[in-house]
Design a protein around this ligand. Structure first.
Ligand code: FES
Ligand SMILES: [Fe+2]
Length: 439
């Protein structure tokens, strides 16, 4: 990790040093490592729990199952949102069993204890039969921290963690121009997968795999290293800017023709691809100009606050430890892996797509094809059963199981990383610091 890069571009301001800690297999395979994460990592970070669109009215609630935990977020009478562990104080039964719901009181299905929306026990069977007296008004659901950002609600188990907006730094500022607040979640997919959650975290922390795993992206996303900007922030989060509306500048992909689908994308903005033969790279600027000219009349009110870069490029935000927000001007993708409750070789993969609400638009294109432009219900599957999680996500997931199997081999001696994969190194060093109690 000490050699100077020949091609990779880390921003001068956000190219943090790494130590070179070995990245060996046990962190992906061992129960001990999984327990260390459960003890020292997951209780200390903010978790994206859902979208505010599911919490519009008093009594609306979201349940988020995470590893061995389950958390509910509940809209209060005063408009605030509270989060509670989804565990009944009587004898531990899970209180809420569905993804979303709405209720005037949270009721346990076992012995019928009822809790007000603020978590206070309100009603029990046989209230006089408790040695310490009637517990109503005295017993509460165990509360967690709960804060929101844009269209999202988050929870955190750590009373000492930074406030959410500080935790997310620098993304609240970097994402402000997109105008995410009123975007609509049109896709809400998840799947059980046969690999450790970090396999996909590593994948999102590098673009080295694009030519092999996603070759078709090379015609409209420029994954050339000298055109890609990597950043690593003091908060532990990373990002990668990739030029969009531009074919790759990797030498063996360069062509004079305007490739598909870039030709169609250009045409949709009134640009004749024939005018750009031999200068395909100039289409990116032409699209910026066209979006500035035509965006508002086509309903994209949010273009006005975007930078030129935001109007055409892909901004991949990889937040420590397990959340990716991939931004394009018309689409926000949430890509995340969460640990299995007990098995280090399994995880849950989630893929949400949010889009701006364009007036009059009924349908919108997503990675699984066109879907109605309205709030989507959750669909869960088992990876490999034939349900698509999005065509690019499917490609990423396709290596997960085989990588997990390869990591199990006695012959694997630890990762050998390119310089451009430095964000993987930093991720694992931060993880080391958490699980070993150094931070
Ligand atoms: S476990 Fe909830 S009421 Fe008994
Ligand atoms: Fe990928």
């Amino acid at each position: 990790m000490t050699a100077e890069p020949m091609l990779s571009r880390y921003s001068a301001e956000y190219d943090l040093p790494v130590r070179g800690d070995p990245i060996t297999a046990e962190r992906y395979t061992s129960a001990e490592w999984m327990k260390a994460e459960d003890d020292h990592l997951w209780p200390r970070v903010w978790h994206l729990g859902g979208v505010l669109a599911d919490l519009e009215e008093e009594g609306d609630l979201i349940r988020h199952n995470f590893g061995r935990e389950s958390v509910i977020m509940v809209r209060q009478a005063d408009g605030s949102i509270k989060a509670f562990y989804n565990s009944c104080p009587h004898r531990g039964n899970r209180l809420v069993l569905g993804d979303v719901g709405s209720t005037p009181r949270i009721t346990c299905g076992y012995h019928g204890w009822q809790f007000d929306l603020d978590g206070t026990l309100a009603r029990v069977q046989d209230p006089d039969d408790f040695p310490g007296g009637n517990p109503c008004g005295k017993v509460h659901l165990t509360e967690l921290r709960c804060e929101s950002f844009g269209p999202f609600v988050f929870w955190c188990m750590d009373p000492d963690a930074k406030p959410l907006l500080e935790w997310l730094d620098p993304f609240p500022a970097r994402l402000a121009g997109y105008g995410l607040d009123n975007w609509v979640r049109v896709l809400n997919l998840s799947a059980d997968c046969d690999f450790n959650w970090k396999i996909i975290r590593d994948n999102f922390n590098e673009s080295y795999h694009l030519p092999t795993i996603h070759p078709e992206l090379s015609t409209f996303i420029n994954d050339g290293l000298s055109d890609t900007l990597f950043e690593m922030y003091p908060s532990g989060h990373n990002s990668m800017w990739m030029k969009g509306h531009q074919a790759t500048t990797r030498a063996d992909h360069v062509s004079g023709e305007v490739p598909a689908p870039l030709d169609e994308i250009a045409a949709a903005w009134g640009i004749d691809p024939a005018d750009y033969k031999g200068r395909t790279a100039d289409i990116r600027q032409a699209v910026i100009d066209a979006k500035r000219r035509l965006g508002a009349e086509r309903g994209y009110a949010n273009y006005a606050d975007m930078t030129d870069q935001q109007l055409v490029d892909y901004f991949h935000c990889t937040l420590f430890p397990n959340l990716t927000i991939t931004m394009s001007p018309e689409q926000c993708q949430i890509l995340r892996t969460e640990p299995h409750p007990t098995d280090p070789a399994k995880c849950v993969f989630q893929h949400w797509v949010l889009v701006p609400p364009i007036k009059g638009m009924k349908e919108v294109m997503t990675p699984v094809g066109p879907v109605p432009l309205r709030h989507a219900e959750h669909r869960h599957s088992v990876y490999g059963d034939g349900v698509s999680l999005g065509f690019v996500a499917d490609q990423d997931l396709s290596i997960g199981t085989s990588q997990q199997q390869g990591l199990n081999s006695r012959g694997f001696k630890g990762c050998i990383l390119t310089y451009q994969e430095k964000r993987i190194q930093r991720f694992h060093e931060l993880l080391d610091d958490y699980v070993k109690g150094r931070i």
